[in-house]
Write a protein that binds this ligand. Structure first.
Ligand SMILES: Nc1ncnc2c1ncn2[C@@H]1O[C@H](COP(=O)(O)OP(=O)(O)OP(=O)(O)O)[C@@H](O)[C@H]1O
Length: 249
């Protein structure tokens, strides 16, 4: 489904600040897969997500989604993104209901609005965070975990094929992290949405997802298929650089 081939990305090309962030990265991500990307600070993880969304055009190589080259102005029909800061995924001055209505679009896979709405409420309920019990509450009044849960449900209310997550649990406490990861897993399993998630939390990489892609210094240094072998957080920590070790602790 997502095919990244020999991608090279250079920031500030031709200047003193020139930085090669991706050095010939290749990978394939299959429809419905849940892939976790780990790696030290500066390894190129966020740059890779930006290549997948079309925000960055690689200097060399290609990125295709379902056989078509990715284009920034079309990706939003196929993919949704949730980032680290709980305040960026929701509209704080709108109610929970208004946020959901705003996020609702006709799904790229042709689902009706009715089914999408029902599913959104079911997903909110499944978190046991009480979001569905008072839909008239302003999003600004919600906790970080509640905001991220709402942001995730909003992200999938358009039924995207692909959900991209850039450290979406990084600002949360361990309990909220677990709730948000359970919701992420439910979205992947129940909706069949392909999930690509970046994290510095090695326990998450151990416990969730089907494959772990390890990035180091702009390259893919390892791909672990967890359907055939388990991987411990300590093993992953040992595989990546000291910088990632510090970030994960
Ligand atoms: N807009 C930019 N301009 C110049 N250099 C950049 C830019 N964005 C990223 N870089 C550099 O490219 C390299 C890869 O950055 P990237 O953000 O992709 O890494 P990362 O693995 O996501 O890191 P982190 O875990 O710290 O978020 C880093 O050296 C970074 O400083």
């Amino acid at each position: 489904m997502i095919s990244v081939k020999n991608v090279e990305v250079v920031y500030n090309r031709g200047t003193l600040d020139e930085k090669t962030a991706l050095k010939g990265v290749s990978m394939k991500i299959l429809p419905g897969e849940f892939v976790i990307i780990v790696g030290s600070n500066g390894a190129g993880k966020s740059t890779l997500l930006k290549v997948i969304t079309g925000e960055i055009k690689p200097l060399r190589g290609s990125c295709e989604i379902m056989g078509s080259p990715v284009r920034a102005n079309q990706i939003f029909r196929k993919a949704s993104i949730v980032c680290q800061d709980p305040n960026t995924g929701v509209f704080p001055n709108l109610t929970i209901e208004e946020n959901l209505i705003l996020a609702r679009r006709k799904g790229s896979r042709g689902l009706t609005f009715g089914r999408i709405d029902k599913k959104s409420i079911e997903l909110l309920k499944s978190t046991k965070l009480g979001l569905e019990s008072d839909l008239k509450r302003k999003a600004s009044k919600l906790s970080g975990g509640q905001k991220q849960a709402l942001a995730l449900v909003m992200a999938v209310s358009s039924d995207p094929e692909l959900l991209l997550l850039d450290e979406h649990t990084a600002a949360l406490d361990p309990r909220s992290t677990e709730t948000i990861m359970e919701l992420t897993e439910r979205i992947n399993k129940e909706l069949g949405t392909t999930v690509v998630m970046i994290t510095h939390d090695m326990a998450i990489a151990e416990n969730y997802g089907e494959r772990v892609i390890v990035m180091e210094d702009g390259k893919v240094s390892a791909i672990i298929d967890k359907t055939t072998r388990k991987v411990a957080a300590s093993e992953l920590k040992a595989m990546i650089g000291t910088a990632a070790l510090l970030a994960a602790d």
